[in-house]
Write a protein that binds this ligand. Sequence first.
Ligand code: ATP
Length: 330
Amino acid sequence: MSFLQVTGISKREEKGWVVKDVSFSQREHQKIAIAGETGSGKSTLLKMVAGLVQPDTGSIFFEKEKVFGPAEQLVAGHERIAYLSQQHELPEFLRVEQVLRYANTLDAQDAEQLFEVCRISHLLKRRTDQLSGGEKQRIALARLLLTSPGLLLLDEPFSNLDPLHKNVLKTTIQEVGETLGITCILISHDPQDTLSWADHLLIMRQGEIIQQGSPQQVYYEPKDEYVAGLFGKYNLVPAELLQGIVSDSQANSLFLRPEQLTILRDGRSGLRGTIVGKVFYGAYYEVEVLLKGASQPILVRTDNAQLLPGAELFLSLTADSFWFLSSDVV
Ligand SMILES: Nc1ncnc2c1ncn2[C@@H]1O[C@H](COP(=O)(O)OP(=O)(O)OP(=O)(O)O)[C@@H](O)[C@H]1O
C-alpha cells in the first residue's frame, strides 16, 4: 500500500457535492500539487486528508493506518499529518521562541536546524505582533514542523505574500522536503508554484479530479481548455490552417503554448501571418499574430524587440509532438 492512499472520498454540503469520489495515492517524498479554480474543492479535500473534515464516503490510509475524521475521534486531526491553512494564526503578544517551545518535540540541535531551514532564527526574540505576513507564515510552518509530521499539507501558503517573502517561503518549502525529508501536498493558484515544484499534479473541477499527471503532461497535453487555462496562455490553431504542415490534424484544433512557435522573418514555409499587437513582459515580448485565413490572432513569445505591428512573417512549430483539443469553449 502507498504512503498515502485516498480512495473514493466524497463530501456533500447543502448545495451539493463539494468533493466527489476522489481517489489518488502518494509515495513517500513525492511532491503533489493540487490546482483548480476557486471553489473546486481543493481545501475540503486537503482537510479530509488531514482528518479535519469528515468524509461522507471513502477511506484515507496514511502509513497503512486509517485516518479518522472528526466524527470518529475526540480530537480532530492526525498526529503525523500537519495542515498549514491560509490563515496562519499565531498566539498574540508572545515571543516567537515561546510559541515554538510549546510545540517542540525535537532536541535542541534538530530544532535549530529547522529554524535555519525556515529562516526564522533571527526572529526568535521578536513578539508575534511585530512580524510581517511572510515571517508569520514561516513561523507557523516551523511550529507545525516541530511536531515531526510525516506529511505536510500546504493550503495556498503563498497567498497574500509579496514576491520577496514568497521566494523565501518557496525555498523554505523546497528545503523542508529535501533537508527534513517531509512529504508534501501543496495547493496553489499560481502555475509558477506548482509546475516548478511538483512531481505530480492533481487538477480539480467541481469536486472531481479531472486530470492528473506530471507537470509537463498537464501543461503541454491538457485534457480541455479548463486545464489549459489554469497553467497560462495557449493557442488553438484551427485544423484547416494546418494543411501541408501537420499531417495528422483531425477535426480538432492544434494546441500550442505561445513559446511553442518560432518567428521566421525571412522564412518561406510554415504558418504565414501578420503581427497585429505586441506587449512587453520584461524577460520576453508577446506578439499577436493574425494567421492568413484566421479570424482570431494567436500569441507567440519572442525576445526580438525589433518586431513591430504590421510586419509579415512565418511561424514554425517548435513543439516536440502535436496535441489536439476540441476548440469548443468550456
Ligand atoms: N463547511 C461548508 N459548508 C458549506 N459549503 C462549504 C463548506 N466548505 C466548503 N464549502 C463549499 O464547497 C466548495 C469548495 O470549497 P473549497 O474551499 O474546498 O474550494 P477551494 O477549491 O479550496 O477554493 P479556493 O481556491 O477558493 O480556496 C465551495 O463552493 C464552498 O463554498
